[in-house]
Design a protein around this ligand. Structure first.
Ligand code: IMP
Length: 426
């Protein structure tokens, strides 16, 4: 039996969808446990590219059950759109399951997200404007609407109307754009479409574990965007760390066997907030273009920088990582020299190797960088570690040493086959 959690070790966009897709070949079930349509996964299978936001990439495997667990906030309109998109691409949704406990992201959540960003002005968080924060606010405030309520149309209309009335306090006349009756009517149609897929997912997932099946838990976003352990307040509103899988999916921590941290061979961040190893100018542009560093969800150009060993060690700790997966190594194929941060110099001149626990302390830190030689050769055809140029091998080994956990897999291109797995993954 194997329960493996895949977490983003950086600020999201580490290539988790691609890694999940690779590992899903042996999985019986893939579970998304937090976040919502703020996430975006691009998975390339043969000549086909799939862009997914909510549905786990396990859906691309006919034998694999794909679960949207209760910790996810679901935009029901987005879910149906994604279901239609996958069916139009010839895929079956027979094995899709959606938790009755998952909260709905409603149109007023998106308005509230935009309003908060406007009010914050230059202090804005740079959210994806998908209504994620406000949906989790309603969940914590115990006023949210859950997927299971879609099955009670009469009650639903009342709930939508009372929520819209309530939101008027915050949104003022912006709420006039929302008609409770229309929204409830649309939700009733959506309810019919998603009804066959609604399930008691904690039972489903625990049953799979009881049957010794292989279950993959796929986090969205990344550790540094975790609501508690990331660069608060420049974070998302859920828990992308491994512990979030237990809460969002409803499984006990003792059931998890492996935690793999997915990290890109460099760093990227979309949205505002501290980024100690950020690059600018030509070097940044080169990495951004080679790595196609534009948000899957918003299309925003991503900020890019050197690999940050300090942040990665923090991620290894708070996730209890048992291994790391290095993605996008090929993006660095034409870089003559590479750098990795192994410490931060604080404004008072002291150097720390611990990730600061207050965002204020991150402002003004100077990364202490070690230099690694570039390899200036293509890596995309490598299928084993020994196929890599020696400088690339050295770089991968350094990552394992700095993070303090073994490298389990390296990806050298978007396609499934462009993968190096030094040993068995589970
Ligand atoms: P929210 O999750 O839309 O509220 O955005 C909060 C922060 O998380 C912003 O900096 C977003 O850019 C970032 N974020 C949210 N989802 C993703 C993702 O899937 N990849 C990378 N960053 C994300």
């Amino acid at each position: 039996m194997s329960a493996v959690v895949l977490v983003g070790a950086q600020w999201g966009d580490e290539g988790k969808g691609r890694v999940t897709d690779f590992l899903a070949q042996k999985a019986d079930m893939v579970v998304r446990h937090q976040g919502g349509a703020n996430a975006g996964h691009t998975v390339v299978v043969g000549t086909q590219t799939y862009k997914l936001h909510l549905i786990p990439s396990g859906i691309l495997y006919p034998g694999c059950v794909s679960v949207i667990a209760g910790g996810v906030v679901v935009d029901p309109w987005g879910l149906v759109e994604e279901m239609d998109y996958l069916e139009a691409a010839g895929l079956t949704l027979d094995r899709l399951r959606v938790s009755t406990q998952a909260h709905l992201v409603m149109p007023y959540h998106k308005l509230l997200d935009a309003l908060q960003e406007e009010r914050l002005g230059s202090e804005r968080l740079g959210t994806t404007l998908r209504g994620i924060g406000p949906a989790y606010m309603d969940k914590a405030a115990r006023t949210g609407i859950r997927m299971g309520e879609l099955l009670q149309p009469d009650r639903l209309q009342q709930r939508v109307a009372s929520q819209i009335a309530d939101k008027r306090r915050l949104l003022g006349d912006r709420v006039d754009a929302l008609d409770a009756q229309v929204i409830a009517g649309e939700l009733s149609a959506i309810a019919e479409r998603v009804r066959p897929y609604l399930a008691n997912t904690p039972r489903l997932i625990n049953d799979a574990l009881d049957r010794d099946q292989n279950v993959l838990f796929e986090s969205a976003q990344g550790t540094m965007l975790d609501n508690d352990h990331g660069t608060y307040p420049f974070v998302t509103s859920s828990h992308p760390i491994a512990g979030g899988a237990c809460i969002g999916a409803g499984v006990g921590p003792t059931r998890i066997n492996q935690v793999y941290g997915i990290l890109k061979a460099y760093t990227s961040r979309v949205g505002d907030g501290p980024f100690p190893t950020e690059l600018s100018g030509e070097l940044a542009d080169t990495i951004r273009e080679r790595g196609h560093e534009y948000g899957t969800t918003t299309g925003r150009p991503r900020r890019v920088g050197w690999l940050d060993g300090v942040a990665l060690r923090h991620a290894a700790r708070v996730n209890g990582m048992t291994g790391v997966v290095v993605t996008s190594l090929d993006v660095l194929d034409e870089m003559p020299t590479l750098r990795i941060a192994t410490g931060y110099k604080l404004p008072d001149g002291t150097v720390t190797t611990d990730f600061p626990d207050r965002v204020e302390d991150l402002e003004g830190v100077q990364p202490q960088l070690v230099t690694c030689p570039g390899w200036m050769a293509p890596t995309t055809e490598a299928r084993q570690l020994q196929d890599l140029p020696s400088a690339a091998r050295y770089y991968v080994d350094r990552i394992g040493e700095i993070v303090g956990v073994p490298v389990m897999m390296v990806s050298v291109g978007a396609e499934r086959s462009r993968t190096i797995t030094p040993g068995p993954l589970y």
